[in-house]
Design a protein around this ligand. Structure first.
Ligand code: P61
Length: 457
């Protein structure tokens, strides 16, 4: 087993509080079997998300002290802009408070009702923002990415032929842009290869359609390219990122992932007309263009985070820690998506709990069991998040994959925490037939997994 070496030492610690089994049974019931409703103080290891949960470095904390809180033209904005321009290269850079605001601004400006947005796989906020603006979100994941049992290096790739067919069928006029999510979060945090990005770019260019990246986890994706794709072993992560973004016309970014910050994001584009319209909307709903809903100090932390995240020792540890957790589970026979991705290990809940039908939310049932067992919080990425009911026929379509994501915050937990998590999951796996399904008692129309209330069947 490759042991992930933490390339940092610990200067500040935050205590964790343990709970008893009885307390957790009570807490989960009060939370309506929804882990989003549990107070974080009652969680021991929090793997709900890697978003906004990073530990900042001493250099980033020092950056907060040089925050310039001028309303317009803060010096931190210029540092932020310079860091983003160097790595991403796009002409117009518009800060936002997080990723979904960048999505909201982009789709508000570029979509008209009935438009289609192809993506290797939409993340849920991206899909919701496309739909909210009258568009249809189309996922074109390559077949290997849909199969939880095949091991391939770039399972996040776009199905380029399916993209070509979609454009032929609907015409360029209905597709204002193509999105590429790196790494592909909803498909298991799997990376996209440079070759696939080039091929997708070629199709887009031939039809005159802009290509945008959902760049949340770009550095992890670039590390996989360096590690797995022929021709990149001797290139720096910065050089790989620069090449990758040179194939795009813009990106949305949640800096809460590979920006190594607790809040922040941006929208970037080479299209001056789109940038102008987005900026008008930004001023209306988010803030002035040199702060975009953030404090000056947040922009500084982001600028420094973007430079730090390119460090190869850090990325080797990051990807290695995820692999280390995955290896422990795999060796005990626990079904996981393989190979492990960049930010999370995904349990395959359908194989883990074959006795629970999809309409009884096996993923959520497994996430609940993991909290009860060991105070670990994970997130369901399956029927609760993605099943869709047709309003006319009343029929429900279920997602192909029923997953539980163990997303690891950046630089927060040690490898010993990972071993604790692995042991808890292995213990549940040994008594898996005792776990029962769930049913919904309350749900809301958008992003229902955040607020749904459930009960045990
Ligand atoms: C996550 F349960 N991700 O993975 P924002 N694109 C992509 C993301 O992964 C992403 C965003 C855009 C989260 C946070 C999260 O229902 C949920 O800065 C590929 O969160 O607005 C966020 O970026 C949006 C978790 C979001 C959820 C929504 O954990």
């Amino acid at each position: 087993m490759d042991f992930p070496f933490e390339p940092f030492k610990i200067k500040v610690v935050e205590p964790l509080r343990s709970t008893t089994r009885e307390e957790r049974d009570r807490i989960i019931k009060e939370a309506g079997f929804n882990l989003f409703n549990i107070p974080a103080d009652s969680i021991l290891v929090d793997l709900l998300t890697d978003s906004g949960t990073s530990a900042m470095s001493d250099n980033q904390w020092a950056g907060l002290m040089v925050g310039d809180e001028s309303y317009a033209g803060s010096r931190n904005y210029f540092n932020f802009e310079a860091a983003v321009r160097e790595i991403f290269g796009f002409r117009h850079i518009i800060p936002t408070h997080q990723g979904r605001m960048a999505e909201n601004l982009l789709f508000s400006v570029v979509l008209k009702p009935g438009d289609l947005v192809p993506n290797n796989t939409h993340f849920d906020t991206t899909r919701a923002n496309v739909q909210h603006n009258g568009g249809m979100a189309v996922d074109l994941l390559n077949p290997a990415g849909r199969d939880p049992h095949t091991e391939q290096p770039f399972k996040g790739n776009m199905d380029v032929q399916a993209l070509e067919d979609l454009i032929q069928k609907h015409g360029r006029g209905k597709i204002p842009l193509v999105m590429m999510t790196i790494t592909n979060n909803s498909a298991g945090g799997q990376p996209v290869s440079m070759a696939n990005i080039r091929e997708t770019r070629e199709v887009c260019q031939r039809h005159g359609i802009p290509m945008f990246f959902d760049a949340c986890r770009f550095a992890e994706n670039c590390f996989f390219i360096k590690d797995r794709e022929p021709g990149y072993a001797n290139r720096s992560i910065l050089e790989i990122a620069q090449e990758l973004f040179s194939y795009g016309d813009g990106c949305t970014m949640s800096a809460k992932k590979d920006g190594l910050v607790n809040i922040g994001g941006f929208l970037a584009t080479n299209n001056a007309d789109w940038a102008g319209r987005v900026t008008n909307l930004l001023i209306l709903i988010e803030g002035f263009p040199t702060y975009g809903g953030l404090a000056g100090r947040d922009l500084e932390a982001m600028a420094r985070g973007f430079r730090e995240v390119l460090n190869e020792d850090y990325l080797r540890f990051r990807v290695g820690q995820i692999r280390y957790l995955g290896q422990q589970l795999d060796r005990a026979g626990v079904p996981i998506i393989k190979p492990t991705g960049g930010h999370a290990v995904y349990l395959n809940a359908r194989d883990f709990l074959p006795h629970i039908p999809q309409y009884q939310f096996p993923g959520q049932a497994l996430a609940v069991a993991l909290y009860r067992e060991a105070g670990i919080r994970s997130v369901e990425i399956g029927s609760l998040m993605f099943a869709q009911r047709d309003p006319e026929t009343g029929e429900t379509t279920y997602p192909d994959l029923e997953l539980v994501r163990l997303a690891v915050p950046r630089r927060v937990y040690t490898s010993m925490h990972m071993s604790y998590v692995a042991e808890a999951i292995i213990s549940i796996y040994k008594r898996r037939e005792q776990i029962t399904g769930l049913r919904i008692v309350h749900e809301s129309p958008y992003l229902r997994h955040f607020t749904a209330q459930l009960e045990e069947v």
